[in-house]
Design a protein around this ligand. Sequence first.
Ligand code: FES
Length: 101
Amino acid sequence: MKHELIKLADIPETGSVIVPFFGRELQVYRIDGQPRAVANTCLHLGGPLECRDGRLTCPWHGASFDMASGEKLSGPGPQGARLMRLPTVADGDALFYVWGN
Ligand code: FES
């Protein structure tokens, strides 16, 4: 099954865009031009993330995460943890969340 997240044209070339996702939020952005979607949830205590200086950073206590790997770069939170990346596929003019295929 699949669920449309966003039109491809609405994903910025730099930075990120927040997309609603079944009552939660995703951060959607491009890595080397390819769309990527991760949960907009800090791995420390669940704060929201902001795209700043090429990283996703949590304003609550300052944790920051690599946008490509999802790995925590600095700040509090579990060692070695990664942001939750969603399986997606670009189809036609949109990006879809896919599951159960
Ligand atoms: S909740 Fe994100 S750094 Fe604490």
